[in-house]
Design a protein around this ligand. Structure first.
Ligand SMILES: [Zn+2]
Length: 246
């Protein structure tokens, strides 16, 4: 798939297509921008490629996610994983990483990709990768090295904030919260007097209750319950204040 709304710059070094089961996290080991990396990917001759490049500004797609890229060093990684290259160094601190990635952008991109490919926003372990190269989830280049070999790369390094990546990814995967319920209609109470016998009722316009005494009327008036004009007959009373409450 090509992710809607993401700049696509067609890269080279595509090796057919394959079904994907995972997201593979890399670091570029340099300070070039994602735009520079994506531009370089259109002409590089070392056989290397990646589906996405991400920096602190944007995410650029370089290959369709169906394409096989050259990023892992191993057949398993290249065949089963969608590569995301974060621009940065494996030596970076956690704080440096946190301030050097457009986290919301990559979270949205990973949500779109993982929905399409049925990839959960969880990190797989090396043991899981060894026992099942088609394990669904995310892992990094260092984990691919440990599970399948074929490389000496250890990126993205020990301080890469996996917790942050998984959190933004999961948040973008979550369905939007339901709309708030409509506000409850405020019930307007009022007092009404039947002139013939002097009985005062409190009503919400649907049902009416007689007040037992004047104190009850005063208490309601004290909390702002207003009176409507007096009526003469039961029919008028019922029309305005409703039938007697059961
Ligand atoms: Zn790598």
């Amino acid at each position: 798939m090509r992710v809607p709304g993401v700049r696509f710059v067609q890269g080279r070094n595509r090796y057919g297509t394959s079904t994907k089961y995972a997201i593979a996290v890399h670091a570029t080991a340099n300070n070039a921008s994602a735009a520079n990396e994506a531009a370089y990917a259109t002409r590089r001759t070392d056989g290397t490629s990646s589906h996405f490049y991400a920096d602190n500004v944007e995410v650029i797609q370089s290959l369709d996610t169906a394409d096989r890229a050259g990023h892992a060093g191993s057949t398993q990684g290249n065949t089963y994983a969608i590569a995301v290259e974060f621009t940065g160094l494996t030596s970076w601190s956690r704080a440096k990483w946190l301030s050097s990635v457009a986290w919301e952008r990559i979270g949205a991109v990973l949500a779109a990709v993982s929905r399409h490919h049925n990839i959960p926003a969880t990190r797989a372990t090396v043991a899981q990768m060894r026992s099942n190269p088609r394990v669904r989830g995310a892992y990094d280049h260092n984990q691919m090295r440990l599970a399948w070999g074929g490389t000496d790369h250890t990126d993205p390094g020990p301080n890469f904030p996996w917790d942050k990546l998984l959190a933004v990814w999961q948040r973008h995967l979550a369905p939007p919260p339901p709309p708030p319920p409509p506000p409850e209609e405020e019930v307007e109470m009022f007092l009404i007097k039947k002139k013939s016998d002097g009985t005062v009722f409190v009503s919400d316009g649907v049902r009416r209750r007689p007040l037992p005494n004047f104190d009850a009327q005063r208490a309601l008036q004290a909390i702002g319950v207003k009176s409507v004009p007096d009526v003469d007959t039961d029919a008028q009373l019922e029309a305005v204040a409703g039938p007697l409450a059961a």
